[in-house]
Design a protein around this ligand. Structure first.
Ligand SMILES: NC(=O)c1ccc[n+]([C@@H]2O[C@H](COP(=O)([O-])OP(=O)(O)OC[C@H]3O[C@@H](n4cnc5c(N)ncnc54)[C@H](O)[C@@H]3O)[C@@H](O)[C@H]2O)c1
Length: 317
């Protein structure tokens, strides 16, 4: 199978590439940024093509030239950037995804697997538990573009028979995260504790947030993609990962890094936003339809996170 990964030099995309390459695939990495560091050690196992999803010819050329069968579509502008520049986010996230679907339809790609987000649900969810039937009414422009792509994918599936599926991720944590974001205290608290730096956590100890380790993010989207089509009913699946309070996060960090200097200095505006965004997630459909079980609960997450920072410091600078 010829596999294309858009956003393949990014945080999650590079991990998807790593898992697939370790299984003997030779994924084609398509990204506007052709940085090599996230793909360290995979140089001979992947092909990197620099390109822009918002340019239809770039997308068409890479899909045609490499006779692509499967597309993991992770290339995107993220939340803060999309809100700051909704005009570019429309081009990249909405129109770029339309290009992916069109190239897939015209060139006979079998499957497109999309990375969506919990931010498609918005801040005014009435239910106490989010599931695959919760109304998606995003607050941020980023979430709007992602809902649009989910719905376009549904349409391409119904109208053209394209095997479209995807994952709605919670906050993804891991080493080397640089993208600004309101829930990045998760990753940065672990990273700064490892570097023996003090770190101020901007939420209250009770604040809870749904989060998942980046290795689980890669495993879940691959597992979703590899499941036989007959088992896939829902199509796009919400995942919640862990739902820890900030205090539980700190307690777990201290098990591995007892000298961690982590202090709570809450910014109540941020706390309120996270409260609105963060609800526990019912992953039942993902469990039932493609057998998803989190591989990295918090202790394993922190253990692996610290191991990565120790073994590959140059990858996460
Ligand atoms: N990180 C999270 O917490 C999180 C949560 C929910 C969903 N997601 C989704 O997961 C996917 C991967 O996110 P990530 O965390 O790896 O982010 P990332 O920013 O590390 O990766 C995104 C990649 O897309 C590339 N890209 C941006 N614009 C492009 C364009 N015009 N053409 C081609 N490539 C382009 C970037 O260069 C980058 O490598 C995204 O679709 C994101 O919306 C991420």
């Amino acid at each position: 199978m010829n596999i294309l990964i858009t956003g393949g030099t990014g945080f999650i995309g590079a991990q998807v590439a790593r898992v697939l390459a370790e299984r003997g695939e030779r994924p084609i990495i398509f990204d506007i940024n052709d940085r090599k560091t996230p793909l360290k050690g995979l140089e001979s196992k992947v092909t990197i093509v620099r390109g822009d999803v918002s340019n239809y010819s770039h997308v068409f050329n890479v899909v045609k030239q490499h006779e692509i069968d499967i597309i993991y579509h992770l290339g995107s502008m993220l939340s803060v950037a999309s809100d700051a520049d909704p005009w570019s986010a429309f081009r990249v996230n909405a129109q770029g995804s339309f290009h992916i679907l069109e190239a897939a339809r015209i060139l006979g790609v079998k499957q497109v697997i999309f990375s969506s987000t919990l931010a498609t649900y918005g801040l005014d969810i009435r239910e106490e538990l989010i599931d695959d039937y919760t109304l998606q009414r995003p607050t941020l422009f980023y979430g709007c573009t992602k809902v649009f792509v989910e719905l376009m994918g549904r349409f391409y599936k119904r109208k053209f028979g394209l095997d479209f599926r995807g994952i709605r991720y919670p906050a993804i944590i891991g080493p080397g995260v640089k993208t600004p974001g309101i829930v990045q205290y998760y990753s940065w608290a672990i990273e700064q504790a490892f570097k023996e730096n003090p770190f101020k956590i901007w939420v209250t100890p009770e604040t809870r947030c749904a989060a998942m380790y980046y290795k689980d993010a890669a495993l879940s989207i691959i597992q979703c993609g590899e499941t036989p089509r007959s088992s896939i009913k829902m199509g796009v699946y919400v995942l919640g990962g862990m739902f820890l309070s900030a205090q539980e996060l700190v307690d777990n960090i201290k098990k591995f890094l007892p000298g961690a200097r982590l202090e709570f200095v809450p910014d109540m505006e941020k706390v309120e936003i996270i409260k609105g965004l963060s609800k526990p997630v019912d992953e039942r459909c993902a469990r039932e339809e493609f057998g998803w079980v989190n591989q990295y609960p918090i202790e394993r997450t922190i253990e692996d996170f610290v191991k990565e920072l120790k073994e590959n410091p140059e990858m996460y600078e």
